[in-house]
Design a protein around this ligand. Structure first.
Ligand SMILES: [Zn+2]
Length: 410
């Protein structure tokens, strides 16, 4: 194969992925006006339903705009040897391959984030604002960006530097070391995410004594679940959308409730949502997810180790010196069809886990309360009640509202 052929293959993959995503989005948009299934009637009144449809349409148009812009930018960057240009800048600054890699990715990631900044600003302060979701201020928005960049710099930069170093030391075997590093990092993140990362962006407070806490403790005692760590997070700082999640394991396990969730739902509904989260834990989903992502990471690093040293990858992107960072970019694109497939299967498993967690909530809490909470949450986030089947299969980590209700009513 010539570098030229590989270049066209890379461009082909980028465009094919864009076309496929655009096709799926268009397919999904064809169902925006479908009749609402009988089980979902009454969630919206007429005015709210109209609003939810406008929200979907606006989001859809916006996604076409952003994805088209980003694919055009990417293709132009390829055609005009952008990677070779950035590579030359990095090589001018240092001779050290680790520092070159860091500067190279630093420039690319920072520049692309900066260029797409107007889109994320528009999304938050125009679209989300218009539909009443946005609670974020420009100040919060800017600080979030800066904190995000700093985290990327420290955590992302640290990991990238170590992986480049492993590659320099061991070449073919580097994937084993990189895998071990990611495994340790993933487990630590799972354990300490709520303690280390969340506080940078949100305030968390232990759930106060009161009716809700008593109801939660009663449930926890009934199912023999030791639950000392229930936290409330100020999600309302950014958006009215509500959520709840489980994190950590062992002594670090905790449940986090958005303050918006507590505002929107009745006590029995919150307990039902919590029962669903406890279901994830009891059915060992947290551990299974961790194992799956580690196996997948190992597989990805192994394939990377087979390809990254090939000088074709660098030459295809217009760089004569075979280099790890250019290899990583080319690999990222070559691997993206595989990650579509693995992503598809991860979603299949995730939806299965959601059913299991719902079943757990049905057995140990209250199916009707969970149904009414799911309906309220869907209504308050103006969610799509009639998504397309194929779109759901590709993109949904949760079953649709209809599927979940039918399962809970079984
Ligand atoms: Zn769940």
């Amino acid at each position: 194969m010539t570098p030229q052929t590989l270049f066209y293959i890379l461009i082909g993959i980028i465009i094919a992925k864009y076309l496929f995503d655009t096709f799926l989005n268009a397919l999904n948009s064809k169902h925006f006006n479908d009749a609402i299934p009988k089980e979902l009637e009454g969630i919206y009144n007429e005015e709210e339903y109209l609003k939810s449809q406008n929200y979907k349409k606006e989001k859809y148009k916006f996604s076409i705009l952003t994805s088209t812009f980003s694919v055009l930018l990417t293709v132009l960057f390829f055609v005009f040897d952008g990677f070779a240009y950035v590579d030359a800048i990095a090589r001018n600054i240092s001779d050290n391959s680790i520092i070159i890699t860091l500067i190279f990715f630093g420039i690319i990631l920072f520049a692309s984030d900066f260029i797409t900044l107007p889109f994320s600003y528009y999304n938050t302060f125009v679209i989300e604002e218009k539909f009443g979701f946005n609670k974020s201020t420009v100040k919060t928005f800017i600080f979030d960006k800066i904190k995000g960049w700093l985290m990327l710099l420290i955590i992302g930069g640290g990991i990238l530097a170590l992986i480049t170093w492993f590659y320099k030391l061991t070449t073919t075997n580097f994937w084993l070391y990189a895998w071990a590093l990611i495994a340790v990092f993933t487990i630590l993140m799972n354990l300490f995410y709520s303690k280390l990362i969340v506080p940078l962006f949100n305030k968390q407070t232990a759930l106060e004594d009161g009716e809700l806490k008593t109801a939660i403790n009663t449930f926890a005692n009934n199912v023999g679940f030791k639950l000392d760590n229930i936290y409330v997070i100020d999600g309302s700082k950014r958006s009215t959308k509500a959520n709840a999640y489980f994190s950590g394991f062992g002594s670090q396990k905790r449940i986090t409730l958005f303050d918006t969730l507590i505002n929107d739902l009745e006590i029995d509904e919150i307990v039902a949502v919590l029962a669903h989260e406890v279901g994830h834990y009891k059915k060992k989903h947290i551990i299974y997810n961790l194992i799956m992502s580690l196996v997948l990471a190992g597989f990805t690093f192994y394939i990377l180790s087979l390809l990254v040293g090939n000088n074709l990858l660098s030459q295809a992107l217009g760089v004569e010196i075979t280099s790890f960072h250019i290899g990583l970019i080319a690999f990222g694109i070559l691997y993206s069809p595989i990650s579509e497939i693995t992503g598809f299967f991860m979603n299949v498993v995730s939806r299965k886990f959601e059913y299991e967690a719902d079943d757990y909530a049905k057995t140990y809490s209250n199916a009707d309360a969970l149904i009414s909470s799911l309906k309220k949450l869907s209504k308050n986030s103006l969610s799509n009640l009639t998504p397309n089947n194929l779109y759901v299969k590709m993109h949904y980590s949760h079953p649709t509202l209809l599927q979940r209700i039918l399962n809970l009513k079984k």
